[in-house]
Design a protein around this ligand. Sequence first.
Ligand code: GAR
Length: 204
Amino acid sequence: MDKARIVVLISGSGSNLQALIDAVGNGTLHGNIMLVVSNRRKAFGLTRAEQASIETLYFPLKPYRDSAAPDFRAQYDTDLARAIEPYAPDVIVLAGWMHILSPAFLDRFPGRVINLHPALPGQFAGTHAIERTFTAFQRGETAEGGCMVHYAIPEIDAGAVIMQEIVPIRPNDTLESFAKRVHEAEHRIIIVATQNVIAKTGKT
Ligand code: GAR
């Protein structure tokens, strides 16, 4: 039987992409990463992909924004979907992808786009979620953070949860020590969640 086809979208360091690459390498994840897309040219994740001999695509928003077309955002999503479609992905993993995807993209891959977020469901959607969780802890508003993988919907960092992990905050934690444990948890759940979605495709 064919192996599942995985496409990963990144914007930054790509440590979660690395976790996926390693999991494919050691057989934990039963698929092949066909393509890594970045909206940022300098994203280190592109280097990680190249080092693993995975095809890459740099796909910036700027030319669309500069066009000043009123629907430039939907056009970007449509063209991004068109660029990815030939890779016939079974699952598209948003691993630190910092653009919100509209139905112009999501409707092309129903039930196949999943997103990683460094906070628990319903908490701290958007950027800097770990910092905002830690600030809430310092104010005495929360004693834990976490991370989740969920199906992507047009609403940012929301959608049916596939997997989550709570990361308790320790009294002597710094932002750095807490962030380190959140990232370690992310590297675990992204693999299990991606494998769960792959299993549903019937490919493995
Ligand atoms: C991860 O912490 C991921 O959860 C977050 O970006 C980071 C990417 O790290 N995503 C979001 O905040 C989405 N709202 P990485 O580039 O090292 O994988």
